[in-house]
Design a protein around this ligand. Structure first.
Ligand code: ADQ
Length: 486
């Protein structure tokens, strides 16, 4: 088995300064870390990424944080300007909004691109120094789309693979990007490009056909083939999953069961509808609140009988747009509660904080309806986590048709267009009225998919697709060597 090198903007932990030379280590949680860490430990490898501090990396704190990792961790440092222009700038003010079809939110500042390239070059240097022949190099996400180009310029011929966690936009939107040609060219320096859904693969290939004059796209049943500059690039969809068993087991644990029962008894006689999101304009939180308000206006039977628990996790609050966005949510919550609450019923329970894992699971287990309505989303793991935690096989999922998860969960979810306030409001009523039998039938169908297509399957299928290329390139190198010897 080849050694694995994982490269992502963030490492699986972050260092936070709490005073002069005092640091706390916050482990990253989530499916990606829990899926990739065991593989890294098992087959040996390296994780390359940024530990979350701008400026010099504190050596002692970093060494302590990584001592027991079980694999090597290589840090990449950024200055404050680089953090602002690469991370907040190009990654989160250009690529993030554009790839979520929200081009009006983009700030196409030319300096951002230069810094994006410079930071990607630094990642490339770290890969070039740390890697050896035969390594499986797996680069993650939209922050690092230029890394393969930088590595090829350094003469690295190794197989390079990439997975995009966010959506890839259609040509009409992608074509707004000033660096469209340079970015596609950079992406085509990878040997394997993985996307979340078939829609993203289609969009990517559509852009390649329109923007690049010298490529050949050859449709295949599984991985699509692109020929470019005498190289062959494979392109496919690999929908990310969750660690199903750990969510299911967690949801059945005693503390979670107790908290979920308490949650329900606090709001007895009401159905609970849950929204859980990072603070991000792509998650459609204001649109969701407007739909909830519309449902209360048009369907009086819901008044006093339904409560929306909306949890928002603070994120990227340094970007002014995120701050304004939070104020919009605060105002909407205030408006709904001001208009509809009674002495015994508050329609929206709003929490602006992260939940610890047990609390999150108790919310999944305790709420009758999940309200997952992003304007666009690569996958959306909340939808899958909710299904895994429905240990009684009931619960309704209202899901945006623009979430990647819709491709897999459409047979059980109530699919909605998040921009259509009245349609979403009606879906709330349908969910509220849905019979136990229908809830169970739908939930069982979704759980089957989420259980089967889990995060371990995801890692496995990506590594297998990449391994084929590594062995092919090994064969080519060996053949070349043999012919030279002869
Ligand atoms: P995100 O945009 O972060 O991920 P998502 O897939 O929903 O979106 O994952 C969010 C994670 O945060 C979930 O695992 C959830 O449990 C956790 N979380 C959310 N709210 C929380 C809360 N209040 N407290 C604690 N934890 C909370 C990006 C892409 C997605 C893609 C993933 C994985 O934008 O489209 O699905 O990567 O590829």
């Amino acid at each position: 088995m080849n050694r694995l090198i994982v490269v992502s903007n963030r490492l699986p932990f972050a260092l936070d300064s709490t005073g002069e030379d005092l640091w706390t280590v916050t482990p990253a949680v989530g499916g990606l870390v829990s899926a990739i860490e065991p593989v890294l430990r098992d087959r040996g490898g390296i994780w390359i990424g940024w530990p979350g501090v701008a400026g010099e990396i504190p050596k002692r704190a970093f060494a302590e944080a990584t001592r027991d990792a079980g694999y090597k961790v290589v840090p990449v440092a950024f200055s404050e300007t680089e953090r602002d222009e690469f991370y907040y700038g190009y990654s989160n003010e250009v690529i993030w909004p554009l790839f979520h079809d929200l081009q009006n939110f983009c700030n196409f500042e030319p300096a951002y691109w230069e810094t994006y390239k410079a930071v990607n070059e630094r990642f490339a240097d770290a890969i070039a120094v740390s890697s050896q022949a035969g390594d499986f190099i797996w680069v993650h996400d939209y922050h690092l789309m230029y890394v393969a180009q930088a590595l090829r310029e350094r003469g690295l011929r190794a197989v390079l693979t990439f997975f995009l966690h966010i959506p890839f936009p259609p040509y009409d939107i992608f074509s707004k990007l000033p660096q469209q040609h340079r970015l596609l060219r950079a992406l085509l320096q990878f040997d394997l490009l993985g996307f979340q859904t078939r829609r993203d693969v289609r969009n990517f290939l559509g852009c390649v056909r329109r923007v690049m004059s010298d490529v050949q796209v050859i449709p295949r049943r599984e991985l699509q083939l692109v020929r470019f500059e005498k190289r062959e690039i494979r392109v496919g969809n690999f929908p990310i999953g969750i660690d199903f068993e750990s969510f299911e087991k967690g949801a059945m644990s005693k503390p979670v069961t107790r908290t979920s029962q308490q949650l329900h008894s606090t709001f007895h006689d009401c159905q609970l509808i849950l929204g859980v999101d990072r603070l991000d304009y792509s998650k459609g939180i204001p649109e969701r609140l407007r739909a909830f308000r519309n449902a209360l206006e048009r369907h009086p039977e819901l008044r006093g009988r339904i409560v929306l628990i909306q949890v928002v996790v603070p994120s990227r609050v340094e970007i002014p747009r995120y701050h304004e966005f939070k104020q919009r949510i605060d105002r909407l919550v205030g408006d709904i509660n001001g208009r509809f609450s009674t002495s015994t019923w508050l329609p929206v329970q709003y929490h602006f904080r992260s939940l610890d894992r047990d609390d999150l699971l108790a919310h999944y287990r305790g709420c009758d309806i999940a309200f997952v309505t992003p304007l666009k989303d690569g996958m959306n793991l909340v939808a899958k986590e909710y299904c895994a935690c429905r240990v009684d096989n009931n619960g309704v999922l209202i899901l945006s048709q623009f979430a990647g998860a819709a491709e897999q969960l459409q047979t059980g979810a109530l699919l909605v267009n998040p921009y259509d306030v009245e349609e979403v409001a009606d879906a709330i009523l349908d969910a509220f009225r849905m019979t136990e039998a229908e809830r169970t039938a739908r939930m069982k169908r979704m759980k089957r998919v989420v259980r089967g297509e889990n995060v371990f399957e995801w890692v496995d299928s990506f590594l297998k697709a990449g391994a084929k290329l590594t062995s092919q390139s090994g064969r080519v190198t060996r053949q070349k060597r043999a012919s030279v010897t002869r």
